[in-house]
Design a protein around this ligand. Structure first.
Ligand code: SAH
Length: 346
């Protein structure tokens, strides 16, 4: 039986150099191929035009490039683009390009489906099928960078890990992908333009702080009262707010990087005075800002966005205490590309 070919992008640059040396070629060839694979984003060995035909064939015999393929691209009336991305094993994830007058943001997925069970999120219904590899995360970013250049005449400026999946449940691969994205041998993006959004896994937030990561952290809070949060984000039972608070204090002490809390206000769920007071208290623990996100209905009508008045109450209370609060309008709703709507519908 023929041995299964290896995914060449699972090799580090050093391993690739060694491979060439051991095959009787020059280690330097490894650098050239590495450049093709990462900064030039080659989809096949054929593309590697400065590599000899014999060498390309040798690579072909030993390795595969498990490149993603954008199966379907949908464009919203507001300029948002949603990619349905097919992975080498046929599974699909989605990623989104979000343009504003000054930025282009890529919203990327970290898992196929999701390990968590947030009641208001469409992705949660897919269950977690598997983690994405570093190169599958990287490829989503490259695809969106290309689309940004093509349709908006500018490169990608920001990345948010707010697509499908919980990035802290696939931490090692997400970190490897970010290393590549920020490396001069990859896309050379500044880590300050990258935000990882998590539902809040305390142990992993501390790990990130210990690893001295330089990207930004956003936490999907949605409620600062355990009982309420558990009812909409059941894993809060395992990782209660007291532990989340402690991990965020640890994060801030180590990184000095302000945290963003993502928060949706729902009718009859977290629109009371005591919900606001609990958030004010939570915000006093570490320097932060609050993004109030518009709710994107996911069809069963269990959740409804609170009234403008209820949202105004939040804004007034936060501002009067000196906290920064932004109201985030949804983008790409007409193509199910908004927060919490990624569910491989098409
Ligand atoms: N698992 C990570 C990242 C993916 S979700 C996390 O939880 O942060 C990205 C953001 O979309 C989170 O803040 C999440 O709470 C929010 N979200 C999920 N479903 C939503 C919906 N239906 N409407 C608005 N925001 C939603």
């Amino acid at each position: 039986m023929k041995a299964k070919k290896k995914d060449i992008r699972a090799l580090t640059k050093e391993q690739l150099r060694r491979f060439f040396e051991e095959s009787g070629d020059k280690a330097f060839r490894g650098n050239q191929v590495y450049e093709w694979l990462w900064s030039k984003g080659a989809h096949s060995f054929e593309d590697m035009t400065n590599i000899s035909k014999t060498t390309r064939q040798m690579l072909e015999d030993n390795f595969v490039i498990n490149h993603i393929r954008v199966d379907q691209m949908q464009r919203s009336s507001d300029g948002t683009i949603k990619n349905a991305v097919r992975l080498h094993d046929g599974l699909i994830v989605e990623s989104v390009l979000i343009p504003t007058p000054t930025r282009t943001t890529a919203c990327v997925s970290s898992q196929v489906g999701c390990s968590l069970d947030c009641k208001f999120c469409a992705t949660a219904r897919l269950k977690r099928m598997r983690n994405l590899n570093p190169d599958e995360i990287y490829d989503q970013v490259v695809a969106i960078d290309n689309e940004s250049r093509l349709y908006h005449n500018r490169p990608l400026s920001n990345i948010v890990f707010m697509g499908m999946g919980e990035p802290l449940m696939n931490y090692n691969n997400v970190l490897k992908a970010i290393d590549k994205i920020t490396s001069s041998e990859g896309l050379g993006m500044s880590p300050k333009r990258i935000t990882l959004s998590t539902s809040g896994v305390p142990k992993m937030i501390k790990k990130m702080a210990d690893d001295e990561v330089r990207f930004k952290l956003a936490v999907s809070l949605h409620s600062a009262i355990d009982e309420v949060r558990t009812s909409i984000m059941p894993f809060n039972d395992t990782f209660p707010l007291s532990e989340l608070k402690e991990s965020l204090e640890y994060w801030y002490a180590k990184t000095k990087s302000r945290i963003t809390y993502e928060y949706v206000v729902w009718d009859g769920i977290n629109d009371r005075k005591e919900d606001i007071n609990a958030l004010l208290k939570f915000c006093s623990y570490v320097p932060c800002k609050v993004n109030l996100i518009e709710y994107n209905p996911i069809d069963d009508g269990e959740f409804q966005q609170a009234s403008n008045k209820a949202i105004d109450n939040y804004i007034k209370a936060l501002e009067s205490r000196g906290f920064v609060v932004n109201v985030r309008r949804s983008r790409g709703k007409d193509i199910d590309a908004a927060c919490g709507q990624l569910a491989n519908k098409s």
